[in-house]
Structure formats: structure tokens, C-alpha cells
Design a protein around this ligand. Sequence first.
Ligand code: NAD
Ligand code: UPG
Length: 436
Amino acid sequence: MRISVIGCGYLGAVHAACMAQLGHDVVGIDVDERKVKLLASGEAPFFEPGLPELLSQASATGRLRFTTDLAQAASADVHFVCVGTPQVKGGYAADLTYVDAAFEALLPHLGAGDVVVGKSTVPVGTAARLAATLADAAPEVTLAWNPEFLREGFAVQDTLHPDRLVYGVASGAAGEHAVEVLDAVYAAPLAEDTPRLVTDYPTAELVKVAANSFLATKISFINAMAELCEATGADVTQLADAIGHDDRIGRKFLNAGLGFGGGCLPKDIRAFMARADELGADQAVTFLKEIDAINVRRRGRMVDLATEVLGGDVAGRRIAVLGAAFKPNSDDVRDSPALDVAVRLMELGAQVRVTDPEAGANAHAVHPDLDVTTFDAAVDGAEAVLLLTEWQQYRELDPDALGERVAARHVLDGRNVLDPGRWRAAGWTYRALGRH
Ligand SMILES: NC(=O)c1ccc[n+]([C@@H]2O[C@H](COP(=O)([O-])OP(=O)(O)OC[C@H]3O[C@@H](n4cnc5c(N)ncnc54)[C@H](O)[C@@H]3O)[C@@H](O)[C@H]2O)c1
Ligand SMILES: O=c1ccn([C@@H]2O[C@H](COP(=O)(O)OP(=O)(O)O[C@H]3O[C@H](CO)[C@@H](O)[C@H](O)[C@H]3O)[C@@H](O)[C@H]2O)c(=O)[nH]1
């Protein structure tokens, strides 16, 4: 198939490279010249395991190219729209400016029989609105909504071997055409018996936000239990293991700690609340307000813990923050809990030094006032070490070796990944969220 991918960020760049890997002829299009230049030279503009290898393989086959020229979409028959839908400034709703602009700009380059496929996460009702625009401007073009469920850090694997494929399509012949085309695009995963669900636009749009709302709810549920563990002396990791053995509950996404961040979960549950409000169905998702509040409270709790171990005031104290990315194996700092805690401590007057294996440059770009440095510079002389993003190398830290470098042996485990007994035996004060 001849495919265009509009928007080559965390989602689109991976999608473009994976589609080429599946044997399609792909043009990736973005308005960001820097990103396009890097991608065109076979380099990933962000950290994503497996992406650089895929980009160089695909470029060598000649099946993958990148451009800022949207007119080149005219050479394709299937157009994936992967532009951002961030939270609007000063509100909860999704900002659809980029989606609308991409659709409008794409219109003149569409040909009869083309299928435009929305992949961005959008408020329910967006696809129907865009389909109506298409029906007027390009009646021989069909719209499908094919939400994406990839996780950063596993994006390549998730795209090549998805858990499921969801197609939201129009009724009648147009919808049947879209299904045929999407089946051809995803022939390889479908051959692996990937479940494929064909539905209408609103269901497809809702599947995506429902999935993220459920994941956010699971995380905030366990973090609410962590609050109770803190109040009672119980241990949230043991609690999660115990309830997780029940297949109906499952252990995945029950890791208590600093909570969820990133470019998806936080903004998606907020946009869902905003959209439900517009639809007069706000009561259906008011619980998400609590999910959000529990999540944000964990960050405050970490700041309080740091203050407590440092004797009641962090002003002037040297604090090492390990991790800036919103999760390990990513350089993404969008709504990063780790970075939020670091900034709050800095604002309280602490001398914060942040380090991260991959996200340092992005952290510095959004907070130029924050001291983002090497691991060594962060920990040398620190009076407290805060592990806030659970990169493997931080999980494996040796408490004896680290103890030689710090000014005081206080460790705060924001992700419940260290062995408290081992750290205490090495003379550290060990504090965590939801366990003692
Ligand atoms: N990041 C993920 O893991 C992930 C997973 C599933 C779904 N999503 C959804 O996918 C969408 C994109 O997310 P992302 O994380 O890739 O965002 P991103 O900010 O990394 O990428 C968006 C890209 O779109 C480009 N862009 C904006 N307007 C454009 C236009 N008119 N024409 C061409 N390019 C344009 C931007 O320059 C940017 O490179 C969002 O709706 C998000 O919720 C993201
Ligand atoms: O038990 C857990 C699991 C995750 N997290 C945190 O939750 C956030 C999100 O993690 P994850 O879902 O792995 O990352 P994303 O890459 O943001 O992926 C989510 O958001 C994407 C964009 O919508 C979806 O496609 C994915 O299916 C969905 O998992 C991160 O801050 C994690 O640290 C926890 O605190 N505890």
C-alpha cells in the first residue's frame, strides 16, 4: 500500500517506520523541519528503543521517506493522521487545532478512493464532524478512526504486534472500503490472529479514552491504597501482589508510587471529562476527577517526605533527583511526575540536581532554570537521593557504593523498586510511598 503519515512525533514516526517495515511504501510528513531532517537522515528525533534500527533498515529499502511538503501525500492512498491533541491552555479539553489544520491542509491532495485514517486521540464526536467535512469537500474519500494503543518505550513492538486493532468506520459501502484497505495495511498483524474489531466512529473514539481511563483508574486505585498503607503501617507492594494474584484483578498497572504522567493518561482523562460535560453526561465520569486528584496528591506527598527527612525545611539543601522522564525507556517529559517534584523542591529553595539517562535535554528545554546534570554530579554530596523514574540502572544501584558519595544517607524511593532491607542494612534512611 502507498501510505502517508501526517505528524511524525512519538506516535507518527514509529507508525511510519513500522508501516515501511511491514512492506508498505511510506511518506512521513511533519511541519517540524528539525524532526523531518533527522528522520530523513535515518535518525530518531526522540529516544524509543528499536526505532533507530527500523529507520535505517527502512531508509535502505527506499520504502520510507520524510518531508515537510504535504503535497507529497498525493502519492499515497491511505493517510494516517497522527498529529498532537494536547490539553488546551487553561482548561481540560483537547486542543483540536492540529487535527483540524492537518485535515484542511490534506484535502486538496486527496484522490478518489483514498482513505483518511485518524489515529490521534480525540474527543468522541470528532470523527463524525470530520466525516461531514470530507463528505462536502471530497465525497469520494472515506474516513476511518483507528485509535492507537502503543506504549512509549515499547512502541515498535506494540505497533508491529498490537493487542488488538479497532476500526471505526462509516456504514455502507464507504465503511466496507475502509475495512478492506485497513485489512490490507495490517495484513501482517492480522495474519498473527490479532483481534480486529470493526465498529462505528463514536465507539472507536470511546474505546481509546475508556482504555486510558481504566489504566489511570487502576494506578490511582493502588495509589489510594498506598495512602491507607501510609496511615496504617501496611505495605502497598505486598497488597498489590496479593490482590493481583486474582486473575479478575491482575497485577499489571498496580505499581504504586509517584503516579502517572506523560503525553496521554493525564490529558486524556481530562479531555474525557471536558467532553462528557459538553455532552451533558459529566456525571458518568466525575470519578475521573478523583483519579486525577489522587494522582497529583502523590507528587505533593513526595515533596513532604523529602522535607521530613531533611528535618522540616529543604531550603538550601542538596537533593539528587534520579529521573526526569515520565517513565523509564523514554525521553518524554510531558507531565512528568519526576520533573514536577524536582521543580516543586527547587521552588521551595532546595539545591536540586536532576539526572536522567535520556531525558536530560528535554527536561532542560522545558525548565532551563533547573540544574540538569550527570549522575555523578547529581549524587556527589547530596543530602537526599530521590528515585523518581525507575530506570534499570537506578533499580540496580549499590547502596554501599552510593553511600560513599553522598553527604547523608537518605533515599526516597518514589517507585517502590528498591529493597528496603538492603538499603537500611547499608545505613540508609529508606522512605517510600505506601510502604515503611
Ligand atoms: N505518544 C504516544 O504514546 C501515543 C500513543 C497513542 C496515541 N497517541 C495520540 O497520538 C497523537 C500524537 O501524539 P504524539 O505523542 O505523537 O505527539 P507529538 O507531539 O510527539 O507529535 C505530534 C506531531 O505532529 C506534528 N504536527 C502538528 N501539526 C501538524 C500538521 N498540520 N501537519 C503535519 N504535522 C503536524 C508536530 O510537529 C509533531 O511532530 C495524540 O493525539 C496522542 O494522544 C499518542
Ligand atoms: O503500575 C503502573 C503503571 C504505570 N504507571 C505510570 O503511568 C504512566 C503511563 O505509563 P504507560 O501507560 O506505560 O505509558 P504511556 O506510553 O503513556 O502509554 C499509555 O498511553 C498511551 C497513549 O494514549 C496508550 O497508547 C497506552 O496504551 C497507555 O498505556 C507512567 O507515568 C508510569 O510511570 C504507574 O505509576 N504504575
